[in-house]
Design a protein around this ligand. Structure first.
Ligand code: PL3
Ligand code: FE2
Ligand code: FE2
Length: 239
């Protein structure tokens, strides 16, 4: 069966307004990924060159996506993006300060990279002709970043297992809350937020299994995060 996806009209104000916020999320997220891999390079001298290479790729992604906005004549609305990414960035910095390398790698290498992969996969079929090849190239790079973190964590699974579970419990609900805040804007640029969520869950489940968790534990980690995020959303709604 072939699914026919209608490409949104990039000239409408509704599209451009939403795109300025979504594009900002991508630009801010890529910029933070650059910083995170640089911090990791400092903390992990053995892998320094490899991590600096990954950081440089992230810097290039940020510039390439700025170019996608420029091509549409849209400037990224950075305010909300900075605000939405701040808790995840703080969590990363806390792990870095404590020397919790596993925590850092789970946040950047698994969670952020799976989020990016799911988002870019969902964007690809509705991207404009300028952004599409850029997005496809970035997807290949993000796959490498995820692979790096998976290998590092898998090779010391018994040691990093507790830290991984702990940081997932804190970082996943933040990630799900970000997705929830973006739902309307995603829809406006032609992305189904639920499809993105499903794509993220599948990728993240696969990442947890790749590093050594059983399928049932991986499912439970995600389910618990969804429950936490839904509880937080319900409290916000009634506050
Ligand atoms: C990892 O290398 C960088 C992380 C970037 C995070 C991206 C967040 C994406 C939010 C939804 C974007 C949809 C895609 C639209 C592209 C213009
Ligand atoms: Fe990236
Ligand atoms: Fe990446």
């Amino acid at each position: 069966m072939t699914t026919i996806q209608s490409c949104p009209d990039v000239a409408t104000d509704v599209y451009r307004d939403a795109y300025s916020r979504i594009n900002a999320m991508v630009v801010v997220g890529e910029g933070l990924a650059d910083r995170h891999f640089r911090l990791l390079a400092r903390a992990m001298p053995d892998d320094r060159d490899e991590l600096l290479r990954l950081a440089a790729m992230e810097g290039r992604h940020a510039r390439d996506f700025v170019g996608c906005g420029r091509h549409l004549g849209v400037r990224p609305a950075l305010g909300m993006a900075r605000q939405l990414f701040a808790p995840l960035h703080e969590l990363f910095l806390g792990c870095d300060r404590r020397g919790d390398l596993a925590g850092c790698l789970v946040i950047q290498g698994l969670i952020v990279e799976c989020f990016a992969l799911a988002a870019y996969h969902a964007y690809l079929p509705v991207a404009d002709a300028y952004a599409r090849p850029i997005t496809a190239a970035v997807i290949a790079d993000e796959g490498d970043h995820l692979g790096y973190a998976e290998r590092w964590l898998a090779s010391r699974f018994s040691v990093v297992e507790p830290a991984t579970l702990e940081v997932c419990q804190r970082a996943l609900p933040i990630t799900l809350a970000i997705l929830q805040r973006l739902a309307d804007d995603l829809q406006a640029i032609g992305i189904d937020p639920l499809e993105l969520l499903a794509g993220f869950a599948e990728l993240f489940q696969g990442a947890l299994e790749a590093i050594g968790f059983s399928a049932s534990v991986a499912r439970r980690v995600l389910a618990r995060a969804v429950a936490t995020a839904m509880g937080a959303a319900a409290r916000t709604a009634t506050a």
